[in-house]
Design a protein around this ligand. Structure first.
Ligand code: ZN
Length: 134
């Protein structure tokens, strides 16, 4: 793993939280993006070499809606930047971690992503992400 790429935070209302985080961080988010397949709207803030990703559910049964219903707003996942997602997925699977998707999927912010089940990672949902180079 190269570095922590971003920290994902589940929020109830993205525009309210964009205001809150812009006050907190002293800067505005640099983009918003809907990931229709995941049922989320996202926004990103750059903080040094890392990012904060805010996630708002767009439908009742999306993973973010379920998370907020169960635990409330808060830290949802930690994302690690990887050089080669397929190699990391294979390595982590062999180490006994549970992958939530067996093939990388397209995430927000031009990334290929894979999630690790929090049951296999001390309760923290882990996202691997590899930048899609065009
Ligand atoms: Zn993320």
């Amino acid at each position: 793993m190269l570095k922590i790429e971003h920290i994902g935070i589940a929020v109830k209302n993205l525009s309210e939280s964009n205001n809150l985080f812009s006050k907190l961080l002293g800067k505005k988010h640099y983009k918003t993006e809907a990931v229709v397949s995941e049922g989320v709207n996202t926004s990103f803030f750059q903080v040094g070499e890392n990012k904060i990703e805010l996630l708002e559910a767009t439908k009742e049964n999306s993973p973010i809606a379920k998370f907020i219903n169960k635990k409330g707003e808060g830290v949802h996942h930690i994302a690690y930047d990887v050089e080669d997602i397929l190699t990391e997925m294979k390595r982590l699977k062999e180490e006994g971690f549970t992958l939530l998707n067996e093939t990388p999927k397209k995430g927000a912010d031009n990334k290929l992503v894979c999630f690790l089940h929090p049951k296999s990672t001390n309760g923290v949902l882990i996202e691997l992400c590899q930048e899609i180079k065009s």
